[in-house]
Design a protein. Sequence first.
Length: 379
Amino acid sequence: MFALTAALALLPQNDPAALHAELARLVDLPAAAARERAAEELAQRGLASVASWTAACRTFGTFAPMEPGPARHKVGLAVLDAVEPTELFLFVPKNYDPARPHPLLLWGHGAGGTGAPEYRRWEEVADRIGLLVLAPSEYGTQPGYGFTRRERQAQLAALRWARRLVNVDENAVFVGGCSRGGHLAWDLALRFPDLFAGALPCIGGPRMQLGEQNNLRYLENVVHLPIRDLQGAHDDPLLLVNLRLAFARLQKLGAKDAVLHEFPDLGHDFDLAAVDWAEFFQRRRDPARERVVRVAADPAEASAFWVAITGFDGKVAVDVAPQVNPATWDRLDEAGRRAVLLDRLGERTARLSVVHRGQGRFVAEGKGVRSFVLRLPEG
């Protein structure tokens, strides 16, 4: 909303219904670049004042009553350059009120499964606290999670669809999943950390593999994010190495609300009863954070909250092969090797930290950053 308000900053006043119609046309465009262009074009038309546009944004969306319980929706989602016919399963709690924003959990299913049964894990707590649960079925043929841009954009497209159908609190969107969905939840949170109020990945983890799939290098992006990770201690050894490394680094970076629950008697399994979920889902995203840190290597994933990196220096790259002294490498165990690789990848990753000191004063520190912008709200 901050970016949209800024883009529309020069417009004089007009009818709220007409402004809502313009917003609907803009936000329903499938591609982020197209939405940005449309906002810029709209800003040149002189339709409304900043105050009118801000009010229109805050009251945007007309939502009809929904039948409580689970429902299957077949939707054509615009994902990158294709339209994917996708099964979306949406659970609506008994106390859903279309006039009131509700928290939403975006939940990923396991390998080879669908989103159909996933609401059962959350039905009791969802009905109790008014939580919407969105569980898309994976459109692709790969049974597991491939850590690809298409998969990520498909999930975000599903989220956009749900936010136009039901009244979602934009500051109370949570991301989670089981197994394949746990990998997906980590991937989305690390790359799009400003979208979510919390993450709850189960028996899935971040990826250390070199190249596009690697997302552990973006770990600092989620230092602010509440995380509850549920994991059997006898699961895949490399998954456990990555998770333990991630949480050790998060603690070192100063994370205040990130918890790894390891179950000593379980393998590829977990126990949801380990967490008070009604309490967890009370957390809310703060879009006006006083300090924002963005770590990135991909220009398409370089913004968070009110900060955006617009240019990297030559050292920053997604696909890199760090060099490590062979003698040092041979002395290390698997955990040590991954820690060294993570440090080397950090040298090829951009980092921008911006702090608002009050009264319009900002202090920025950057590494690997050529340029950046601040997307600020009115005032």
